[in-house]
Design a protein around this ligand. Structure first.
Ligand SMILES: Cc1cc2nc3c(=O)[nH]c(=O)nc-3n(C[C@H](O)[C@H](O)[C@H](O)COP(=O)(O)OP(=O)(O)OC[C@H]3O[C@@H](n4cnc5c(N)ncnc54)[C@H](O)[C@@H]3O)c2cc1C
Length: 223
């Protein structure tokens, strides 16, 4: 921790992120997402930086990094540079890292008062890569959501932020009309790939289900 920033070094194992009380307090989205990464043996070996640098669009950490507005610290012979997560992921297994550079760390703004975070995904079996997943965060005031970020994994060539659905959910209390408008906006803006097991329509349906559940959990008063 440094000021209002949580810094996770590139060599940190998934399991270390999962078990960290500091992460649980300041970036609970990561604590929620970690158990979805493969199985225990995978999480004991794989690294936070390795998963970010690999940029698999089905991986959990890249979507979380975008949802948390993280900054990636890249080191090279000329020194360090910082790139926002939204600009770091540039396509299928493609990042802003240039030849001769390494990812050194990830800097995450700590969770502010009133902000809630929620991670969920749908996979065929636990431990499989997600068919669809959602990293969500929002400032919650009663039943109103602000500064919302909905970032999907497995639905494009990189983490996909659903900006139109985010806009539809903001601006007042979440009543019946807002989720319905967000559902329509989400289905219109997503452009997932069909694969061997799921059609485009099925993936949009799963994404809409994840969004509806995430919104319900975010505004749940007991959390
Ligand atoms: C069976 C299995 C199931 C898995 N399931 C999941 C899952 O559900 N979700 C998920 O997110 N992941 C999953 N993974 C991936 C796993 O979590 C690892 O993160 C991933 O394999 C990368 O491994 P690594 O961290 O050891 O990086 P490496 O294998 O060492 O590196 C991966 C790539 O990134 C580059 N690289 C690594 N670190 C850096 C760095 N600091 N700077 C620049 N480039 C770097 C390497 O050169 C390489 O090209 C799974 C893996 C396996 C084998």
């Amino acid at each position: 921790m440094e000021g209002g920033t949580l810094r996770i070094g590139a060599l940190t194992r998934h399991s270390e992120v999962e078990a960290s009380p500091v992460v649980a307090q300041h970036a609970p989205l990561l604590t929620q997402a970690a158990p979805h990464i493969g199985h225990r043996a995978i999480r004991n070996l794989g690294t936070f930086g390795g998963a970010l640098a690999y940029a698999d669009p089905a991986a959990e950490w890249p979507a979380c990094a975008v949802a948390l507005d993280a900054t990636l610290v890249i080191a090279g012979a000329k020194g360090e540079r910082r790139v926002k997560a939204a600009d770091f992921f540039q396509g299928l297994y493609t990042t802003a890292i240039q030849p001769g550079e390494l990812l050194k760390a990830c800097e995450i703004p700590v969770k502010a008062e009133g902000v809630r975070q929620d991670f969920s995904e749908l996979s065929r079996r636990h431990g499989d890569y997600a068919v669809a997943g959602l990293a969500a965060r929002a400032r919650v005031s009663g039943r109103a959501l602000g500064d919302i970020r909905l970032v999907f994994l497995s639905l494009g060539d990189r983490p996909v932020r659903a900006v139109k659905a985010e806009a539809a959910l903001q601006g007042g209390a979440v009543d019946d009309a807002r989720p319905a408008a967000a559902d329509a906006a989400l289905r219109a803006e997503l452009d997932p790939f069909e694969d061997l097991t799921h059609s485009v329509a099925a993936k949009k349906q799963l994404a809409a289900t994840l969004m509806r559940r995430a919104v319900a959990r975010l505004i749940e008063e007991t959390r």
